[in-house]
Design a protein around this ligand. Structure first.
Ligand code: KIV
Length: 276
């Protein structure tokens, strides 16, 4: 199977076929996501919450992102891998933004990057695209703006903010993003945006009219004990299964049941005899 490209995604939108995306942050998980036939992996800066244990994504660094993106790209041959630009990696200057975006492709082997923001990021997006780096946009609830937004809330519920979101979506689409994440957006506003823009929209908490869907993998597999947003469906509940397995392991080690003979390695008798 050939790797999914940005063209595949546009074709899917044209054919009304849904696009699938999940986050991953490590090799073993990315192998499973790739094998499951998911279209895209986002190495999200949600890494900060679900892997590094921070309260939000602001502390995540370029080095964190490159390290984890490398692990994910080593695992994939089918998925399109998108590296998420962390807070302050694209805000200071366009030059710095292009250099940091380039690191995801050059050092980490990703095929594209994602960044948050609307009209205020158009120049940055264009500069990154000029360097031949595909860009995915992200509007609505943009977690890197949590302090400005006053918390993790649904966006675009009143006329002014809904209009601003449509303006942001148009601006990103015209700038040339290959897809646009809509996070925590009312269903019918997401529908309106999806119909209006030429690029595929990828929803998270944005209802069922988007061209595709993304979720944080730890949330949808039930492997995260922090706050789980209302829009998440748990497709598995692995945390209790894992804790039960860990308790079994503890019990078996403590009682001498594990390791058994079958888990050991042999040594020839004559070698053993000559030891003493
Ligand atoms: O970092 C992340 O996982 C994201 C998704 C929530 C879209 O940006």
């Amino acid at each position: 199977m050939a790797r999914i490209t940005t063209t595949t995604l546009r074709d899917k939108k044209a054919k009304n076929e849904k696009i699938t995306m999940l986050t991953s942050y490590d090799y073993s998980t990315a192998v499973m996501v790739d094998q499951a036939g998911i279209d895209m992996i986002l190495v999200g800066d949600s890494l900060g919450n679900v892997v590094l244990g921070y309260e939000n994504t602001l502390a995540v660094t370029m080095e964190d992102m490159i390290h984890h993106t490398k692990a994910v790209t080593r695992a994939t041959s089918n998925c399109l891998v998108v590296g998420d630009m962390p807070f302050l990696s694209y805000h200071v200057s366009t030059q710095e933004a292009v250099r940091n975006a380039g690191r995801f492709l050059k050092e980490a082997g990703a095929q594209a990057i994602k960044l948050e923001g609307g009209t205020e990021r158009v120049d940055t997006v264009k500069a990154i695209l000029d360097a031949q780096i595909p860009v995915m946009g992200h509007i609505g609830l943009t977690p890197q703006s949590v302090n400005q937004l006053g918390g993790f809330k649904v966006q675009g519920k009143d006329l002014d903010t809904a209009r601003k979101m449509i303006e942001d979506a148009r601006a990103m689409d015209e700038a040339g993003v290959f897809a646009l994440v809509l996070e925590c957006v009312p269903t019918l506003l997401a529908k309106r945006i999806t119909e209006e823009v030429s690029c595929p929209t990828i929803g998270i908490g944005a209802g069922h009219y988007c061209d595709g869907q993304v979720l944080v993998i730890n949330d949808m597999l039930g492997m995260f004990s922090g706050h789980i947003p209302k829009f998440v469906k748990k497709f598995a509940n692995l945390q209790p299964l894992i804790i039960a397995a860990l308790k079994d392991y503890k019990k078996e080690v403590e009682t001498g049941t594990f390791p058994g003979e079958e888990h050991g390695f042999t040594i020839k008798d004559d070698v053993l005899e000559r030891l003493y």
